[in-house]
Design a protein around this ligand. Sequence first.
Ligand SMILES: [Fe+2]
Ligand SMILES: [Fe+2]
Length: 388
Amino acid sequence: MMLDSVVYRIPAVDLVTFCGVVAEDVLSPHGALLLSRDTDFAALSPSRRRGFAFSLRGAGVTSVAVRERPEVALQEILEVMARGKRPHDHKYRNLHHDAMYYLTGFCEKVLFGGPGNLQIFMLLRAGRMLAEAVAADPDIPMHLGYVLRKDDLLLSHSINVGLLSAFLAHRMFPDREMTAVSVAAGGLLHDLGKTYISEEILNKPGTLSGKEYEIMRRHPIIGEAALQKSGVVDAVVLKMVRNHHERLDGSGYPDGLAGEAIPKAARIAAVADVFDAVTSERAYKRRMSGRKGVSLLMDNIGTHLDSEVVGVFVGAFGMYPPGTGVVLSDGRSGVVTAPGERGVLRPRVLVQRGKNGEALSPAVFLDLSATPEVFIRGCTGEHVPEAI
Ligand SMILES: [Fe+2]
Ligand SMILES: [Fe+2]
C-alpha cells in the first residue's frame, strides 16, 4: 500500500516533527507564498522545520495540507516508527557514520596499539560528538542514528547504547556536560571486551554451552582491562564497561554488586543496553517491538534495572512508543505517531480504521491529549519489521 494519494491536514505546529511532503501551497492572508507544495520535510533540519512552524503560526496559519512521501510505503513508515529510528534522515545517518569511524579507530588502536594519546583523543571525540548531538536535539530518541548492517552489529549496538546513555545522562544530569560526554563514551565502549571473543560464540544461534557462557561473561572485565592498558582513566567509562551487567538484586556479573553499590552510570548503561538488545534483530533471535521493549524495562525495575533510569526512559518514550498499533475505546484503530502533551498515556494517533474495521481514507490524526472521552483500550499486533 502506498500513501501517495492520502492527503490530510495537520496543525502547523506539528511541522516541527513532520517528515512528509506539503500537499498544497500555503499562502498568507495577503497572498504571499509561505510554504510551497511538494516541500519535503524529511529533508529539512529540525531547526528549519521549527522555523516554518513558527513563521506559519506568526502569519495566522493554523493547519497545513500534507501527504506522506510518495516513495515511502506504509509498511516502511510503520517499520521506521516502530524502531523509533529514521535511517532516511541524513543528519543522523552522518552522526552514526562519524561515531562509527571514531569508535572503529579507537577499538583498533586499543586492540593493536597499546597505550597512547591518539586513542584517548578518538574516544573523547566520539563521546563528545554523541553528547553534543543529544544536547542539541532533545528529540534524539526518535532519531537514533541507526543503520543496521549485518556485518557490524556490535558497532551499531555500541553506538545506539552510547547515544541512548548520553540521552539518559543528559536528562538526569542536565547541568553536567562532562558527565554526558563520559557516559556517551562509556556506552560506546561497554561491550569492547566482546571484540576479544570469537564470532562463533558471539553470534551463536543456539544456546551457549556452560563454557561458552563463561567466556561471554568475561567481556566486561576484558574490556575494562583493555581500556586501562591503553591509558583510559575516566572512572565513569571504566565502571560502565565493567558493571553494565550488574543487576539491582545482586544476581548480575562480574562483581555481583547490588542496589546503590552499582555505579549510577553503569545502571544507565544497563537500561540502554537491554532496550537496544531486545529491540534489535540478532542471528539468534527476532527483535521485540518498542512497546514490548518498554514493558520489559518496566517489568525489570527493582530486580534488574534502576527505577529512576527506567522512569526517565519511559518518560521520554512513553508507554506507547511511536509505531505501536492501538485500539481506541470507540472501536477505531491506528498507530501511535508521537507522545501527547498530557503524558505518556495519551499520545497522538494516526487513525487508520473505523469502528467496523473499515479502512479510513484519508487517515486522520487524533490527539488523545485533546480528546479526553477517547482512550486506548489495547494494542494490536506488533509491527515487527525485518532488519533494515
Ligand atoms: Fe555487555
Ligand atoms: Fe551490550
